[in-house]
Design a protein around this ligand. Structure first.
Ligand SMILES: Cc1cc2nc3c(=O)[nH]c(=O)nc-3n(C[C@H](O)[C@H](O)[C@H](O)COP(=O)(O)OP(=O)(O)OC[C@H]3O[C@@H](n4cnc5c(N)ncnc54)[C@H](O)[C@@H]3O)c2cc1C
Length: 436
């Protein structure tokens, strides 16, 4: 369909979504010499890692070797250095979301990327299997951004869905993992909290004691907890909002309202029951709902659980990853939670083990100049629940950015990008790939 609206901008590569995947894609493509435009619907770079207040960057390494590339590693290292943390923990690193935002802003702009905040992709112009332009909403109304290669890094595969790419959602009933509206506390006595753990257990132990005694404020069997940082801050991954579809406007609205209600209950729980939190303030609930799972595109290859079990290698692999299969329940149910925990324990790799991610999982069916990166690539549910953490999304992001440059240089469709040359470009920008 053609839209008669003014052109806002034209670039070789146009990226929707400035979360971890979109930023890695943009930095990769810009380093490889292309003109890039990046549009973000909110006013914040970093997606769920900042606006979603998710508390840490986890699993950059498999416990033996780094799997994250230079883009991800150097961003987290810079954040550590600004937080006064002498050495980054590649398995689990708390990050300060405000510092991360500043690092992202600066790196995006220094790379020469044309960045737009408050601009949302709402339609696509598609002709003969090619996207010609993204239609975006802006403060001045609808505009179009023309490009040659488009990258969908929206987390929800929003652009791919608008362009007609088939997708999957949730389990056999369409049920998805429950989302969480994360919270931020201040005025935490971190030293007192840490000192109390040996005697009282941590927040999770305290929650489960209350739950068992029938005194917990919520019937929540999957208590994740908080990460503390700085001089008294904590980000909390607290409470699931069960039985909702985050792609449905009514449910999405309910999630924000319910998430804020739940946050108050957790705030009270921490103040009353967790040592070190007696005077903590609830500074904010996240501006962006913590969506764990929505669409998964139908790509040329669907990464699947058998690949996880076999620690698969692929001729077109763009990186390797090691986070376990972590499918949070869609319903509040102790039995469902027991299965979640059993699954994580059963699937967790030993240190040094990892699986490959094939380039074909980023290539959607039906459109020749589109790539998808982040938590919505082509996988089954099990693999989505593994690859969805921040370093996994950055791996697919940097690969999509590099592949876009190659597709332009070769004048080929995204599906025809030659794997060997792509791997060479990924290495050139500091990506980690096994030696052949
Ligand atoms: C509660 C929770 C806790 C988590 N905890 C951790 C953790 O501790 N460590 C970890 O590593 N991972 C964690 N994760 C996973 C991780 O944060 C996300 O899966 C990851 O951020 C996904 O990256 P992404 O770039 O694919 O998408 P997102 O982070 O969702 O970014 C997508 C971006 O696209 C923008 N966007 C969406 N639609 C449009 C549009 N139409 N036009 C323009 N922009 C658009 C969004 O505003 C957003 O900025 C957690 C996830 C959740 C939900």
């Amino acid at each position: 369909m053609f839209f008669d609206v003014p052109v806002l901008n034209r670039s070789e590569i146009v990226i929707a979504g400035a979360g971890p995947a979109g930023i890695a894609a943009g930095l990769a493509a810009a380093r490889l010499g292309k003109k890039v435009t990046l549009v973000e619907q909110s006013g914040t770079p970093g997606g769920l890692g900042t606006a979603g207040l998710v508390p840490a960057v986890i699993c950059q390494s498999d416990g033996v070797q780094m799997l994250a590339g230079e883009i991800c590693r150097s961003i987290v290292e810079e954040c550590c250095s600004r937080m006064g943390i002498p050495e980054m923990n590649p398995m689990w690193q708390e990050v300060d979301p405000e510092i991360m935002k500043r690092i992202y802003d600066r790196r995006i702009l220094e790379a020469g990327i044309r960045l737009y905040y408050g601009v949302k992709a709402v339609e696509t112009e598609v002709e003969e299997r090619r996207i010609g332009a993204l239609i975006v909403s802006t403060p001045r109304g609808l505009r179009k951004i023309e490009g040659e290669l488009f990258l969908d890094c929206t987390g929800d595969a929003a652009v791919a869905a608008l362009a007609g790419v088939p997708f999957h959602k949730g389990d056999e009933n369409g049920d998805t993992m429950a989302p969480t509206l994360c919270v931020q506390f201040s005025n935490v006595d971190i030293a007192a909290y840490r000192a109390s753990i040996a005697e009282n257990g941590n927040d999770l132990d305290i929650w489960h004691r209350l739950l068992k005694a029938g005194k917990a404020p919520l019937d929540e069997h999957h208590f994740v907890g908080v990460c503390t940082y700085g001089n008294g801050s904590a980000s909390g991954n607290l409470g699931h909002i069960y039985g909702v579809d985050t792609l449905n406007e009514e449910d999405l609205t309910r999630c924000y309202v319910r998430g804020r209600e739940i946050a108050e209950l957790y705030h009270r729980f921490y103040r009353e029951h967790v040592p070190g939190f007696a005077k903590c303030d609830l500074v904010q609930t996240a501006p962006l709902l913590g969506v764990r799972e929505s669409r998964r595109i139908d790509g040329i290859y669907r990464l699947n659980y058998a690949d996880y079990e076999s620690r698969a290698s692929f001729p077109d692999e763009i990186g390797r990853f090691a986070y376990p299969v972590d499918i949070h329940a869609s319903q509040a149910d102790p039995e469902a939670q027991r299965r979640v925990e059993e699954n994580i324990q059963k699937t967790r790799y030993r240190p040094g083990e990892n699986y490959g991610i094939p380039y074909r999982a980023l290539v959607p069916r039906g459109i020749d100049n589109l790539l998808v990166a982040g938590r919505c690539i082509s996988t089954d549910r099990a693999m989505q629940s593994s690859v969805r953490v921040i370093p996994g999304c950055m791996l697919t992001g940097q690969a999509a950015g590099a592949a876009a440059t190659l597709s332009l240089d070769r004048g080929c469709s995204s599906a025809e990008v030659p794997a060997g040359e792509l791997q060479e470009r990924i290495r050139r920008i500091g990506g980690v790939l096994p030696d052949r």
